[in-house]
Design a protein around this ligand. Structure first.
Ligand code: GLU
Length: 502
């Protein structure tokens, strides 16, 4: 099957792309790369009432940030251009007409007021109205009207929609790559609208027609589209086309694992569910983005790949290329995937450590000289989750201690420690080569000479210099503070610590 694989990501520009949509794009991309196929990006913008300006650019920028690059599609072009459905509008009508000609679809002239009234009657009886094989005979459509009446309605320009004639008693079956066999009886389906009265196709028609024309072999999409799949199968049958292989991806669940992940969960939990920050053009509300929160693209990709898929091994860190190698539809889970933001943070910490130090220094500590900045990055790299914490870390590091850790003082401040700090104070001046290694050696020798164990003094030295009982590598910290600072900090501390006599 290899070189013929064609998959697509087909988002609707109705707002910022949800992180679940990014996962869908990623899985499509991975399958295409793995099997030497083609990944295309199609923008499904036929529902003009839901169109949001900026949403399409947002989709393109999100994919570009993560390196999920399509081979064909909006922004790239390709043999099936245009890839924006609003620019393919005229094409769908011919397909709807074909279904009418074959008796698979029909014109329906019922106005929305009429349908609302019928719906209300059904509701008052406690049932739901469906436009289907049982009810369509009593409604205003080309199946119930005389040929003359239809002719007249069309000639007079009466608005109409085109509906699919869903067969009365049929079972629809298809095998989903993830959910396995899905069975649906047509009695539970209604005659879905394929063309709206404004001449625009609905999502269902445009989606199926384009997947066919664009020779899509695998439709990989979110589970929320599973209920539409039987209708899509019916459409393929109505056209006499072969349906693609479907794969419906598991839902993303709330961090606690109960229910679908929502933007509200994100707001409450203070974490992003969008790849990039997004400002709502109407309300001005800003939603957090993975990128702006400080997640690296590699970490975001790795985190997303594991939301619903696993390699079946212990390995957790995967580059995009490694994901391509390891990926398969067979290893996607049926069960929903818990969105665990702590896991995302863990991935970020791992990738931060692999990130070029020079780049982090340049981007996040721009004003202190490259060499110095790189030294700080080394010092704090395993103590941060996001690179923008670096600035704050450096600021705190350079602040003079305003208080000293009382627990450590209570436990470790004794005559031996006092002698140790005094000895260190005396030896500092003599250190010529102010580097972590030589400082360490000098301190070591001094203490040995005084008969004091390093272990008895070092934590007190840290408290004296920084105020804190724990922190980054002490010798490198001493190097970075510089001789003069260290001398000052030490004498300030010694002046404030209680004087002890032996
Ligand atoms: N336009 C649909 C969406 O916004 C596409 C669903 C599909 O992939 O068929 O998700």
């Amino acid at each position: 099957m290899s070189s013929k694989i064609r998959v697509r990501f087909a988002p609707s520009p109705t707002g910022p792309l949800h992180i679940g949509g990014v996962r869908t794009a990623l899985y499509n991309y991975l399958l295409a790369r793995k099997l030497g196929g083609t990944f295309l990006l199609r923008i499904e913008d036929t529902d003009q009432t839901r169109f949001v300006p900026g949403a399409e650019d947002y989709i393109l920028e999100s994919l570009a940030w993560l390196g999920i690059m399509p081979d064909e599609g909006v922004g790239i072009g390709g043999p099936h251009a245009p890839y924006r459905q609003s620019e393919r509008k005229d094409l769908y009508k011919a397909y709807a007409d074909e279904l009418i000609a074959n008796g698979k679809a029909y014109f329906a002239f019922d106005s929305s007021e009429e349908l609302d009234a019928i719906r209300a009657v059904y509701e008052s009886k406690g049932t739901a109205f469906q436009y289907n094989a049982l009810t369509r005979v009593k409604l205003k459509n080309s199946l119930s009207m005389s040929p003359e009446a239809i002719e007249e309605a069309l000639a007079s320009g009466q608005p109409y929609v085109i509906r699919l004639k869903v067969p009365a008693k049929a079972e629809i079956r298809f095998q989903d790559s993830i959910r396995d066999w899905v069975h649906v009886h047509t009695s539970s389906m209604d005659d879905k609208v394929l063309m709206k009265s404004d001449g625009m196709p609905t999502y269902h028609l445009a989606n199926v027609v384009d997947d066919h024309i664009m020779e899509i072999t695998h439709v990989i999409r979110g589970e929320e589209w599973l209920p539409s799949a039987p209708l899509h199968i019916l459409l393929y049958q109505a056209f006499g086309w072969q349906a693609p292989q479907f794969a419906h991806l598991p839902l993303l669940l709330k961090p606690e694992g109960n229910g679908k992940l929502s933007k509200r969960d994100a707001d409450l939990g203070g974490f992003p569910v969008f790849p990039l920050a997004w400002t709502d053009p109407q309300t001005g509300t800003v939603s957090k983005g993975f990128k702006q929160e400080g997640y690296l693209p590699e970490a975001t990709l790795n985190f997303l790949a594991f939301l619903g898929w696993n390699p079946g091994t212990e390995q957790e860190l995967f580059s995009l290329d490694e994901l391509v190698q390891a990926f398969s539809l067979e290893r996607i889970n049926k069960a929903g995937a818990k969105f665990d933001v702590n896991k995302a943070k863990w991935f970020n910490e791992q990738y931060l450590k692999q990130h070029p130090v020079a780049e982090l220094a340049k981007d996040y500590l721009p004003n202190i000289g490259q060499e110095q900045a790189e030294a700080y990055v080394h010092l704090f790299l395993d103590r941060i989750t996001f690179p923008q914490e670096l600035g704050q870390k450096v600021a705190e590091f350079l602040e003079l201690p305003s208080e000293y850790d009382e627990t450590v003082l209570a436990n470790k401040w004794n005559p031996e420690a006092q002698n140790g700090l005094l000895a260190i104070q005396n030896c500092l001046d003599a250190i010529q080569d102010w580097h972590a290694e030589s400082i360490k050696q000098a301190i070591h020798e001094t203490l040995e000479l005084a008969g004091i164990k390093m272990g008895k003094v070092m934590q007190m030295l840290r408290v004296a210099l920084s105020g804190n009982g724990a922190g980054p590598d002490l010798m490198i910290s001493i190097e970075l503070w510089g001789k003069e600072q260290v001398g000052q900090r030490l004498s300030t501390a010694l002046a404030q610590f209680p004087k002890l006599s032996e």
